[in-house]
Design a protein around this ligand. Sequence first.
Ligand code: PEP
Ligand code: MG
Length: 324
Amino acid sequence: FVRGLEALIDLPCITPDHHRVSLWVNTGLMTDVVRSLDHGAEGIGLFRTEVPFLLSERFPSEREQADIYREQLQAFSPKPVTMRTLDIGGDKSLPYFPIEEANPFLGWRGIRVTLDHPEIFIAQTRAMIRASEGLDNLQIMLPMVSNLQEVTSAIQIIKRALRELQEEGLDVSMPPIGVMIELPAAVYLTRALCQIVDFVSVGSNDLTQYLLAVDRNNPRVADLYSAFHPAVLNALQHVVTAAHAENRPVSICGEMAGDPGAAVLLMAMGFDTLSMNASTLLKVKAVIRAMTLSSAKALLNDVMQMNDAESIRSCVDLALYNAG
Ligand code: PEP
Ligand code: MG
């Protein structure tokens, strides 16, 4: 823990003018789950299921997956656990399922792979739903969505998985389904997507990469990669407004949610939930507890008039410094 912040673990994440924000965590391994609970997380906003797949030497069986998923669900119950379906491709390929492409980030990635391999998708969603029996805290989230058809196809497969398990005698029900908004196309489809899913969550790591055409892992162009770029901030505000117009909760689970300055802007935009690595949770909580929503909105209003990421970053840093 950062010294002094432990005192915040059991305190609510609320601004001095009584605006509440939920702070959730991103997980991969079971150790993340334990650390998250220690830090007072209110839910898991992103369980990267590819992590256990990356640690395995072959595709884990439905049973093996169900055991891993159940551990996370049980540890957090009754708090929500958002499990993302397999997001391989891009920079993450499994040794036992190699993908060779000239442009992996624009290629076969996330839901594109699992819709082409329904046997992988059905085993995984069956494992998730199986693991949720007797617990009521599973949510399923779909990565790399670029159109509505992908979502309707995925939902059909999830419904089939549910039906099969029910026919096998399990007492399970349909979990809430959500979509990651991480492609520019999805930003502009937020309203339509919200009409067919229960929640959306922005993947700002990929969204920044795709909006700015800057590889998130390439040090040569790292200076161009900034979530404070006005185009990114505009896209984020658009997503929140569109999701709320459809009465859907909206969260963000990219790295920027764990940056205290960014978190203040995201709160001002109206994000209901910020999901981050456990290590940043208390710092973000400290800032939100010190900053009124009205001052955060005034700051957002100021930065939305600015035209470059660097000025925006400095303006936010200064506001945080002044707020102590
Ligand atoms: C993101 O893209 O912001 C995200 C949370 O997913 P990942 O970092 O796993 O691609
Ligand atoms: Mg992503």
